[in-house]
Design a binder for this molecule. Structure first.
Ligand code: P6P
Length: 332
């Protein structure tokens, strides 16, 4: 029997990274990441059981942005809040499901921004959904306030997502590249399966909801229309269109295969739909750490944005650097 006897679990990986990159670290971030992984395992468990115990469907309550909450949204949010609270490392929590930020008792030194179940509107159809997170270290003199999260994305110390599909896939960056882990449900461990993941420099795939194209600026329309024409460097083939409508699933494909994902701002939604702190920033940090890039509709770097509110939104274009650079030639 061919048994792999030296597997790298997330716990082992986090400790190795800490010893390698920050030998004098307090270990608090490592402990926080371990609390995070418990939340992912518990949410994955509930999503797998959803059909069986009828968690699918509307919970009847509405979240901070007025979306009607699905039962799993509510459960995912509660699981996340409890895991962060009990970690004793988190002081400030921003959740898509909570109108105001949460300040925990105790001396935690981190602020976490999360969308506990992103893509949940698709969940009844069995589409992969996910938890997106971004982590700031509190400012030195801070006791925990909104000022710890209304900061540029460049100040995030870690970010990632867990996609709940056929398996649970965690993509994580702590500022030194991107590493992918897959949950082994028998072991109950996330196993390192995509070490030092790099996004392909170019890939003829575009991912955007063209149902909004009537409201786009001319530059965006021209760019997308040109992708549909025979491409000289593709032997006359056009780009492929792929759009799932669940950001975590669309970004996961983009990270692995390459291409460009976008949710543009338009005349209907002047700041787009995706939230800066817990959708745009974490995905932009992952893309940059994997060798890709992420910009807004004016071509400005997403991570340089300074949000003014915890649920602020931004238009976003991200993915392979070659593809984002191509988009930039249409708006510069
Ligand atoms: P649309 C899901 O509701 C979500 O927040 C993201 O996961 C996804 O990328 C986007 O909205 C899809 O929005 O307008 O294309 O359905």
């Amino acid at each position: 029997m061919n048994v792999e006897t030296d597997i790298i679990t997330l716990t082992r990986f986090i400790l190795q990274e800490q010893q390698k990159l920050a030998p004098n670290a307090t270990g608090e971030l490592s402990l926080l990441l371990n609390s995070l992984q418990f939340a992912f395992k518990f949410i994955a468990h509930n999503i797998r059981r959803a059909e069986l115990v009828n968690l699918i469907g509307i919970s009847g309550t509405a979240n901070s942005t007025g979306d009607v909450q699905k039962k799993l949204d509510v459960i995912g949010d509660e699981i996340f809040i409890n895991a962060m609270k009990s970690s004793n490392n988190v002081k400030v929590l921003v959740s898509e499901e909570q109108e105001d930020l949460i300040i925990f008792e105790g001396g935690g030194r981190y602020a976490v921004c999360t969308d506990p179940i992103d893509g949940s509107s698709n969940i009844d159809a069995g589409v992969s959904v996910g938890t997106i997170f971004g982590i700031y270290r509190l400012k030195d003199d801070s006791k925990g306030s909104i000022n710890d999260v209304l900061r540029k994305g460049t100040e995030m110390v870690a970010a990632g997502y867990t996609m709940y599909g056929a398996s649970a896939h965690l993509m994580l960056t702590t500022g030194n590249g991107v590493n992918g882990f897959t949950l082994d449900t028998q072991l109950g461990e996330f196993i390192l399966t995509s070490p030092n993941l790099r996004i392909p420099q170019k890939r003829a795939i575009y991912s955007v909801n063209e149902g909004n194209s009537y409201y786009w600026p001319e530059s965006h329309k021209r760019y997308i229309e040109d992708l549909k024409k025979p491409q000289d460097d593709l032997k006359g083939k056009p780009y492929s269109a792929r759009y799932i409508g669940s950001m975590v699933a669309d970004i996961h494909r983009t990270l692995l295969y390459g291409g460009i994902f976008a949710y543009p701002a338009d005349t209907k939604s002047k700041n787009g739909k995706l939230r800066i702190l817990y959708e745009c920033f974490p995905m932009a940090m992952l893309m940059e750490q994997a060798g890709g890039s992420a910009v807004n509709d004016k071509g400005e770097r997403i991570l340089d944005i300074l949000p003014k509110g915890i649920h602020d939104k931004s238009g976003i274009w991200l993915g392979s650097k070659g593809e984002v650079d191509k988009f930039l030639t249409y708006i510069k």
